[in-house]
Design a protein around this ligand. Structure first.
Ligand SMILES: [Ca+2]
Length: 129
């Protein structure tokens, strides 16, 4: 099969996963909309403000672990840089990708052990602190 076919299949699978609207039931639609609106402009994303506005900051560790696995789209157990870049799209499929600068700042804030990825404990700590 030509490589383009595999690429197309990969994109379709990714879009379907995102379309599940993972956070429905955990977060309020209006909070998600307000949090996304707040960082709609490129380079305006601030993870602390976002977690607070979207309503994740006050969630239990159990809920935050669920949230982690929504963002960890390939279920590798880590949020890698490419998944972090698409972080906002796990809240709403139409949201923008983070800029490279935002992604790097976000990763640096969460990556306590410096392995270049965010693990589940690093994620829950990042949201709560
Ligand atoms: Ca991953």
């Amino acid at each position: 099969m030509p490589e383009t076919v595999f690429l197309t299949i990969d994109v379709v699978i990714r879009v379907k996963r995102i379309e599940k609207m993972a956070f429905k039931g955990m977060l309020k639609d209006e909070d998600i909309a307000a949090a996304l609106q707040h960082c709609a402009a490129a380079d305006s994303f601030n993870h602390k403000e976002f977690f607070a506005k979207v309503g994740l900051s006050g969630k239990s560790t159990e809920d935050l672990k669920k949230a982690f696995y929504f963002v960890d789209q390939d279920k590798s157990g880590f949020i890698e840089e490419d998944e972090l870049k698409l972080f906002l799209q796990t809240f709403s499929a139409g949201a923008r990708a983070l800029t490279d600068k935002e992604t790097k700042v976000f990763l640096a804030a969460g990556d306590a052990d410096g392995d270049g990825m965010i693990g589940v404990d690093e994620f829950t700590t990042l949201v709560k602190v």
